[in-house]
Design a protein around this ligand. Structure first.
Ligand SMILES: [Zn+2]
Length: 372
Protein backbone atom coordinates (compact mmCIF):
# COMPACT_ATOMS: atom_id res chain seq x y z
CA UNK A 1 0.00 0.00 0.00
CA UNK A 2 1.14 3.54 -0.73
CA UNK A 3 -0.20 7.08 -1.07
CA UNK A 4 -1.53 9.18 -3.89
CA UNK A 5 -0.51 12.76 -3.28
CA UNK A 6 -1.70 15.84 -5.13
CA UNK A 7 -0.80 19.53 -4.99
CA UNK A 8 -4.44 20.58 -5.34
CA UNK A 9 -7.80 18.86 -5.06
CA UNK A 10 -11.50 19.36 -5.63
CA UNK A 11 -13.13 17.14 -3.03
CA UNK A 12 -16.95 16.97 -2.93
CA UNK A 13 -17.04 20.36 -4.62
CA UNK A 14 -14.54 22.08 -2.34
CA UNK A 15 -11.08 23.30 -3.23
CA UNK A 16 -8.20 22.16 -1.02
CA UNK A 17 -4.46 22.44 -1.30
CA UNK A 18 -2.39 19.33 -0.80
CA UNK A 19 -4.01 15.93 -0.25
CA UNK A 20 -2.76 12.46 0.56
CA UNK A 21 -5.01 9.48 -0.13
CA UNK A 22 -4.39 5.78 0.46
CA UNK A 23 -3.57 4.18 -2.86
CA UNK A 24 -2.10 0.98 -4.31
CA UNK A 25 1.28 2.59 -4.97
CA UNK A 26 3.03 5.89 -4.26
CA UNK A 27 2.12 8.47 -6.91
CA UNK A 28 1.99 12.25 -7.31
CA UNK A 29 -0.38 14.31 -9.46
CA UNK A 30 -0.98 18.04 -9.81
CA UNK A 31 -4.74 17.80 -9.21
CA UNK A 32 -7.17 15.22 -7.88
CA UNK A 33 -10.93 15.51 -8.42
CA UNK A 34 -13.25 13.49 -6.13
CA UNK A 35 -15.69 12.28 -7.33
CA UNK A 36 -14.90 12.59 -11.04
CA UNK A 37 -16.92 14.71 -13.46
CA UNK A 38 -20.58 13.90 -14.00
CA UNK A 39 -22.45 14.31 -17.27
CA UNK A 40 -26.15 14.53 -16.50
CA UNK A 41 -27.45 14.49 -20.07
CA UNK A 42 -26.17 12.74 -23.19
CA UNK A 43 -27.62 11.47 -26.45
CA UNK A 44 -25.08 8.74 -27.31
CA UNK A 45 -26.55 8.04 -30.77
CA UNK A 46 -26.52 11.63 -32.03
CA UNK A 47 -24.00 11.86 -34.90
CA UNK A 48 -25.45 15.05 -36.38
CA UNK A 49 -27.08 17.94 -34.51
CA UNK A 50 -28.19 19.79 -37.65
CA UNK A 51 -25.84 22.68 -36.91
CA UNK A 52 -25.37 25.13 -39.75
CA UNK A 53 -22.93 28.04 -39.75
CA UNK A 54 -24.67 31.25 -38.78
CA UNK A 55 -28.02 29.57 -38.01
CA UNK A 56 -29.43 30.12 -34.52
CA UNK A 57 -32.80 29.09 -33.14
CA UNK A 58 -35.25 30.65 -30.69
CA UNK A 59 -36.21 27.43 -28.90
CA UNK A 60 -35.86 23.66 -29.02
CA UNK A 61 -39.10 23.04 -30.95
CA UNK A 62 -38.10 25.41 -33.72
CA UNK A 63 -34.75 23.61 -33.95
CA UNK A 64 -36.29 20.12 -33.75
CA UNK A 65 -38.85 20.79 -36.50
CA UNK A 66 -36.62 22.73 -38.87
CA UNK A 67 -33.07 21.42 -38.46
CA UNK A 68 -31.64 19.79 -41.57
CA UNK A 69 -30.06 16.49 -40.67
CA UNK A 70 -27.80 14.62 -43.06
CA UNK A 71 -28.74 11.32 -41.37
CA UNK A 72 -31.89 9.31 -40.76
CA UNK A 73 -31.88 9.24 -36.95
CA UNK A 74 -34.63 6.63 -36.73
CA UNK A 75 -32.57 4.38 -39.02
CA UNK A 76 -29.53 4.67 -36.76
CA UNK A 77 -31.57 3.91 -33.65
CA UNK A 78 -33.16 0.88 -35.32
CA UNK A 79 -29.68 -0.57 -35.97
CA UNK A 80 -28.92 -2.20 -32.63
CA UNK A 81 -25.33 -3.04 -33.53
CA UNK A 82 -24.43 0.45 -34.74
CA UNK A 83 -26.30 2.18 -31.87
CA UNK A 84 -24.52 -0.04 -29.39
CA UNK A 85 -21.11 0.64 -30.95
CA UNK A 86 -21.76 4.40 -30.75
CA UNK A 87 -22.73 4.07 -27.09
CA UNK A 88 -19.58 2.12 -26.19
CA UNK A 89 -17.44 4.81 -27.79
CA UNK A 90 -19.29 7.39 -25.69
CA UNK A 91 -18.66 5.43 -22.47
CA UNK A 92 -14.95 5.10 -23.34
CA UNK A 93 -14.55 8.75 -24.30
CA UNK A 94 -16.27 9.83 -21.09
CA UNK A 95 -13.90 7.85 -18.88
CA UNK A 96 -10.84 9.11 -20.75
CA UNK A 97 -12.09 12.68 -20.17
CA UNK A 98 -12.47 12.01 -16.45
CA UNK A 99 -16.27 11.69 -16.53
CA UNK A 100 -17.15 8.99 -14.02
CA UNK A 101 -20.96 9.30 -14.14
CA UNK A 102 -23.14 9.66 -17.23
CA UNK A 103 -26.89 9.81 -17.86
CA UNK A 104 -27.73 8.50 -21.33
CA UNK A 105 -30.94 8.93 -23.33
CA UNK A 106 -31.63 7.21 -26.67
CA UNK A 107 -32.21 3.52 -27.24
CA UNK A 108 -32.17 1.52 -24.00
CA UNK A 109 -31.20 -1.89 -25.33
CA UNK A 110 -28.29 -0.52 -27.39
CA UNK A 111 -26.95 1.44 -24.41
CA UNK A 112 -27.34 -1.50 -22.02
CA UNK A 113 -25.59 -3.92 -24.39
CA UNK A 114 -22.70 -1.51 -24.84
CA UNK A 115 -22.38 -0.97 -21.09
CA UNK A 116 -22.52 -4.67 -20.26
CA UNK A 117 -19.91 -5.51 -22.92
CA UNK A 118 -17.27 -3.12 -21.54
CA UNK A 119 -14.68 -3.88 -18.87
CA UNK A 120 -14.25 -0.20 -18.04
CA UNK A 121 -17.34 1.98 -17.82
CA UNK A 122 -18.63 5.03 -16.00
CA UNK A 123 -21.49 4.77 -13.52
CA UNK A 124 -24.53 5.14 -15.72
CA UNK A 125 -28.13 6.29 -15.45
CA UNK A 126 -30.08 4.88 -18.39
CA UNK A 127 -32.89 7.24 -19.40
CA UNK A 128 -34.38 5.83 -22.60
CA UNK A 129 -36.31 8.38 -24.62
CA UNK A 130 -40.05 7.85 -25.03
CA UNK A 131 -42.01 9.76 -27.64
CA UNK A 132 -45.08 9.24 -29.82
CA UNK A 133 -43.17 9.39 -33.09
CA UNK A 134 -41.74 7.01 -35.64
CA UNK A 135 -38.66 5.21 -34.35
CA UNK A 136 -39.15 6.07 -30.68
CA UNK A 137 -40.05 3.74 -27.81
CA UNK A 138 -43.21 3.84 -25.68
CA UNK A 139 -43.25 3.63 -21.85
CA UNK A 140 -44.35 -0.02 -21.96
CA UNK A 141 -41.56 -0.97 -24.39
CA UNK A 142 -39.04 0.62 -22.04
CA UNK A 143 -40.61 -1.21 -19.13
CA UNK A 144 -40.22 -4.57 -20.95
CA UNK A 145 -36.54 -4.00 -21.79
CA UNK A 146 -35.83 -2.72 -18.27
CA UNK A 147 -37.41 -5.84 -16.78
CA UNK A 148 -35.22 -8.09 -18.94
CA UNK A 149 -31.97 -6.35 -18.04
CA UNK A 150 -32.37 -5.00 -14.52
CA UNK A 151 -31.06 -8.24 -12.97
CA UNK A 152 -27.69 -7.75 -14.72
CA UNK A 153 -27.16 -4.31 -13.24
CA UNK A 154 -25.52 -3.50 -9.94
CA UNK A 155 -27.67 -0.69 -8.58
CA UNK A 156 -24.67 1.24 -7.27
CA UNK A 157 -23.17 1.40 -10.77
CA UNK A 158 -26.23 1.61 -12.99
CA UNK A 159 -29.86 2.61 -12.80
CA UNK A 160 -32.72 2.65 -15.29
CA UNK A 161 -35.26 5.47 -15.49
CA UNK A 162 -37.21 7.06 -18.35
CA UNK A 163 -36.72 10.17 -20.49
CA UNK A 164 -39.85 11.88 -21.73
CA UNK A 165 -38.76 13.90 -24.75
CA UNK A 166 -40.44 17.16 -23.81
CA UNK A 167 -43.63 18.79 -22.60
CA UNK A 168 -44.91 19.11 -26.19
CA UNK A 169 -43.79 15.70 -27.44
CA UNK A 170 -44.60 13.60 -24.42
CA UNK A 171 -47.30 15.18 -22.27
CA UNK A 172 -49.57 12.14 -22.52
CA UNK A 173 -46.75 9.81 -21.49
CA UNK A 174 -45.55 11.76 -18.47
CA UNK A 175 -47.78 10.16 -15.84
CA UNK A 176 -47.02 6.62 -17.02
CA UNK A 177 -43.31 7.46 -17.13
CA UNK A 178 -43.46 8.73 -13.53
CA UNK A 179 -45.20 5.54 -12.39
CA UNK A 180 -42.61 3.35 -14.15
CA UNK A 181 -39.79 5.39 -12.60
CA UNK A 182 -41.42 4.98 -9.18
CA UNK A 183 -41.54 1.22 -9.70
CA UNK A 184 -37.87 1.18 -10.71
CA UNK A 185 -36.89 3.43 -7.78
CA UNK A 186 -35.54 5.83 -10.36
CA UNK A 187 -36.15 9.19 -12.06
CA UNK A 188 -37.87 10.77 -15.05
CA UNK A 189 -35.80 13.08 -17.21
CA UNK A 190 -37.35 15.63 -19.58
CA UNK A 191 -36.15 18.47 -21.83
CA UNK A 192 -37.74 21.57 -20.32
CA UNK A 193 -37.62 25.34 -20.77
CA UNK A 194 -35.20 25.20 -23.66
CA UNK A 195 -36.05 28.62 -25.04
CA UNK A 196 -39.65 28.79 -23.73
CA UNK A 197 -40.83 28.93 -20.10
CA UNK A 198 -42.36 25.52 -19.41
CA UNK A 199 -41.91 24.75 -15.70
CA UNK A 200 -45.49 25.66 -14.82
CA UNK A 201 -46.84 23.43 -17.59
CA UNK A 202 -44.51 20.57 -16.60
CA UNK A 203 -45.67 20.70 -12.97
CA UNK A 204 -49.32 20.79 -14.06
CA UNK A 205 -48.94 17.80 -16.40
CA UNK A 206 -47.02 15.82 -13.78
CA UNK A 207 -49.67 16.60 -11.16
CA UNK A 208 -47.42 18.02 -8.47
CA UNK A 209 -45.16 18.69 -6.73
CA UNK A 210 -44.70 16.28 -5.05
CA UNK A 211 -44.44 13.77 -7.91
CA UNK A 212 -44.47 9.95 -7.80
CA UNK A 213 -40.76 9.98 -8.79
CA UNK A 214 -38.05 12.59 -9.05
CA UNK A 215 -38.10 14.79 -12.16
CA UNK A 216 -34.80 15.91 -13.65
CA UNK A 217 -35.38 18.80 -16.05
CA UNK A 218 -32.75 19.23 -18.73
CA UNK A 219 -31.71 22.67 -20.08
CA UNK A 220 -33.98 24.91 -17.90
CA UNK A 221 -32.55 27.97 -19.64
CA UNK A 222 -35.31 30.36 -18.62
CA UNK A 223 -35.57 32.56 -15.57
CA UNK A 224 -37.60 30.10 -13.45
CA UNK A 225 -36.65 28.51 -10.13
CA UNK A 226 -36.62 24.72 -10.73
CA UNK A 227 -36.78 24.04 -6.97
CA UNK A 228 -40.09 25.92 -6.70
CA UNK A 229 -41.54 23.42 -9.16
CA UNK A 230 -39.90 20.46 -7.42
CA UNK A 231 -37.61 19.85 -10.41
CA UNK A 232 -33.87 19.19 -10.38
CA UNK A 233 -32.02 20.97 -13.18
CA UNK A 234 -29.28 19.73 -15.49
CA UNK A 235 -27.97 22.51 -17.72
CA UNK A 236 -26.30 21.91 -21.11
CA UNK A 237 -24.43 25.19 -21.65
CA UNK A 238 -22.31 23.96 -24.56
CA UNK A 239 -25.15 22.79 -26.82
CA UNK A 240 -27.31 25.75 -25.75
CA UNK A 241 -24.53 28.04 -26.89
CA UNK A 242 -24.26 26.28 -30.27
CA UNK A 243 -28.02 26.32 -30.91
CA UNK A 244 -29.17 29.56 -29.29
CA UNK A 245 -26.05 31.57 -28.33
CA UNK A 246 -27.44 31.77 -24.82
CA UNK A 247 -27.91 29.57 -21.78
CA UNK A 248 -29.36 29.94 -18.26
CA UNK A 249 -28.37 33.31 -16.84
CA UNK A 250 -26.72 31.95 -13.70
CA UNK A 251 -25.54 28.66 -12.19
CA UNK A 252 -27.94 29.30 -9.32
CA UNK A 253 -30.76 26.78 -9.73
CA UNK A 254 -28.54 24.37 -11.66
CA UNK A 255 -27.66 21.09 -9.96
CA UNK A 256 -25.36 19.65 -12.63
CA UNK A 257 -24.28 19.88 -16.26
CA UNK A 258 -24.78 17.78 -19.38
CA UNK A 259 -23.00 17.65 -22.73
CA UNK A 260 -25.99 16.67 -24.94
CA UNK A 261 -23.89 15.36 -27.88
CA UNK A 262 -20.83 13.53 -26.54
CA UNK A 263 -19.87 12.05 -29.95
CA UNK A 264 -19.66 15.58 -31.36
CA UNK A 265 -18.41 17.70 -28.47
CA UNK A 266 -17.13 15.32 -25.78
CA UNK A 267 -18.40 14.94 -22.20
CA UNK A 268 -18.65 17.44 -19.32
CA UNK A 269 -15.12 16.48 -18.18
CA UNK A 270 -13.82 18.25 -21.28
CA UNK A 271 -16.14 21.29 -21.01
CA UNK A 272 -14.85 23.01 -17.89
CA UNK A 273 -13.21 25.85 -19.81
CA UNK A 274 -16.34 26.37 -21.94
CA UNK A 275 -18.69 26.32 -18.92
CA UNK A 276 -16.61 28.79 -16.89
CA UNK A 277 -16.32 31.15 -19.84
CA UNK A 278 -20.10 31.07 -20.44
CA UNK A 279 -21.16 31.63 -16.84
CA UNK A 280 -18.29 33.85 -15.61
CA UNK A 281 -19.08 32.76 -12.05
CA UNK A 282 -17.10 31.23 -9.20
CA UNK A 283 -15.11 28.34 -10.75
CA UNK A 284 -15.45 26.28 -7.57
CA UNK A 285 -19.25 26.54 -7.74
CA UNK A 286 -19.05 25.41 -11.34
CA UNK A 287 -16.73 22.52 -10.47
CA UNK A 288 -19.02 21.42 -7.66
CA UNK A 289 -21.87 21.12 -10.15
CA UNK A 290 -19.64 19.51 -12.79
CA UNK A 291 -18.58 16.79 -10.32
CA UNK A 292 -21.05 16.19 -7.45
CA UNK A 293 -23.97 17.65 -9.43
CA UNK A 294 -24.89 14.66 -11.59
CA UNK A 295 -24.53 12.24 -8.65
CA UNK A 296 -26.84 14.41 -6.59
CA UNK A 297 -29.41 14.87 -9.36
CA UNK A 298 -29.75 11.13 -9.94
CA UNK A 299 -29.11 9.94 -6.38
CA UNK A 300 -26.09 7.86 -7.41
CA UNK A 301 -23.31 6.69 -5.09
CA UNK A 302 -19.87 8.19 -5.67
CA UNK A 303 -17.59 6.23 -3.34
CA UNK A 304 -14.33 5.31 -5.03
CA UNK A 305 -14.79 7.61 -8.04
CA UNK A 306 -11.73 9.75 -8.64
CA UNK A 307 -9.75 11.48 -11.38
CA UNK A 308 -6.07 12.41 -11.19
CA UNK A 309 -4.90 15.10 -13.56
CA UNK A 310 -1.61 16.48 -14.90
CA UNK A 311 -1.80 20.27 -14.62
CA UNK A 312 -3.35 22.10 -11.69
CA UNK A 313 -6.67 23.89 -11.29
CA UNK A 314 -5.59 26.81 -13.48
CA UNK A 315 -4.72 24.52 -16.36
CA UNK A 316 -8.02 22.65 -15.93
CA UNK A 317 -9.89 25.97 -16.23
CA UNK A 318 -7.82 26.84 -19.30
CA UNK A 319 -8.71 23.52 -20.90
CA UNK A 320 -5.09 22.36 -20.91
CA UNK A 321 -5.09 19.71 -18.17
CA UNK A 322 -4.66 16.02 -19.03
CA UNK A 323 -6.55 13.16 -17.37
CA UNK A 324 -4.04 10.49 -16.29
CA UNK A 325 -5.80 8.19 -13.85
CA UNK A 326 -9.47 7.37 -13.25
CA UNK A 327 -11.12 5.06 -10.75
CA UNK A 328 -14.80 4.09 -10.61
CA UNK A 329 -16.04 2.36 -7.47
CA UNK A 330 -12.38 2.00 -6.40
CA UNK A 331 -11.54 0.12 -9.57
CA UNK A 332 -8.76 1.44 -11.79
CA UNK A 333 -10.25 2.12 -15.25
CA UNK A 334 -7.80 4.62 -16.79
CA UNK A 335 -4.06 4.54 -16.17
CA UNK A 336 -1.43 6.75 -17.84
CA UNK A 337 -4.26 8.27 -19.91
CA UNK A 338 -5.28 4.89 -21.37
CA UNK A 339 -8.13 2.47 -20.73
CA UNK A 340 -6.71 -0.33 -18.60
CA UNK A 341 -7.91 -3.37 -20.58
CA UNK A 342 -7.66 -2.09 -24.17
CA UNK A 343 -4.82 0.43 -23.88
CA UNK A 344 -6.86 2.96 -25.90
CA UNK A 345 -6.10 6.66 -25.42
CA UNK A 346 -8.50 9.59 -25.89
CA UNK A 347 -6.91 10.18 -29.29
CA UNK A 348 -7.55 6.54 -30.31
CA UNK A 349 -11.18 6.73 -29.22
CA UNK A 350 -11.90 10.08 -30.88
CA UNK A 351 -10.42 8.70 -34.11
CA UNK A 352 -12.79 5.71 -33.84
CA UNK A 353 -15.67 8.10 -33.19
CA UNK A 354 -14.91 10.00 -36.41
CA UNK A 355 -14.92 6.71 -38.34
CA UNK A 356 -18.18 5.58 -36.68
CA UNK A 357 -19.89 8.89 -37.52
CA UNK A 358 -18.81 8.50 -41.18
CA UNK A 359 -20.18 4.96 -41.17
CA UNK A 360 -23.52 6.05 -39.69
CA UNK A 361 -23.84 8.84 -42.28
CA UNK A 362 -23.04 6.38 -45.06
CA UNK A 363 -25.46 3.68 -43.86
CA UNK A 364 -28.36 5.97 -42.93
CA UNK A 365 -28.41 9.10 -45.09
CA UNK A 366 -31.36 11.44 -44.66
CA UNK A 367 -34.14 10.36 -47.00
CA UNK A 368 -34.98 13.96 -47.82
CA UNK A 369 -34.76 17.16 -45.82
CA UNK A 370 -35.72 15.62 -42.51
CA UNK A 371 -38.34 17.31 -40.40
CA UNK A 372 -38.38 16.19 -36.78
ZN1 LIG B 1 -31.14 16.48 -24.97
Amino acid sequence: MGYLEAGEAIIYGRYVEGVRIRHVIDEYYDLVVIPGFSDGHMHPQVVDAGLEPGVLWRHSYEWFENRRLVVDEAGIRSDLKLSSMLASLVFKRSLLEGTTLVAVTGRLEANLRAWLSLREKPRTVFLPTVMKRRGWASVSEVSDVAQRYVKYLDDGLARIGVFVHSVRYGASMLRDALLLAKRLGSVVGIHVSEGIREMEELARLAGGPPYPARIVGVHCMEDEDPAYYGVTCISCPYSNHLLYRRTRRSISGITGFGSDWPLLVGSVGSHIKMITSLFKEDPVGILKRATMGGYKAYGMRHQGDMVAIDGGLRRLLEGRARVRLVTVNNRLVVREGRLVSTGESLKDVTRKIQAAIMQAKHLYPAKQVVKG
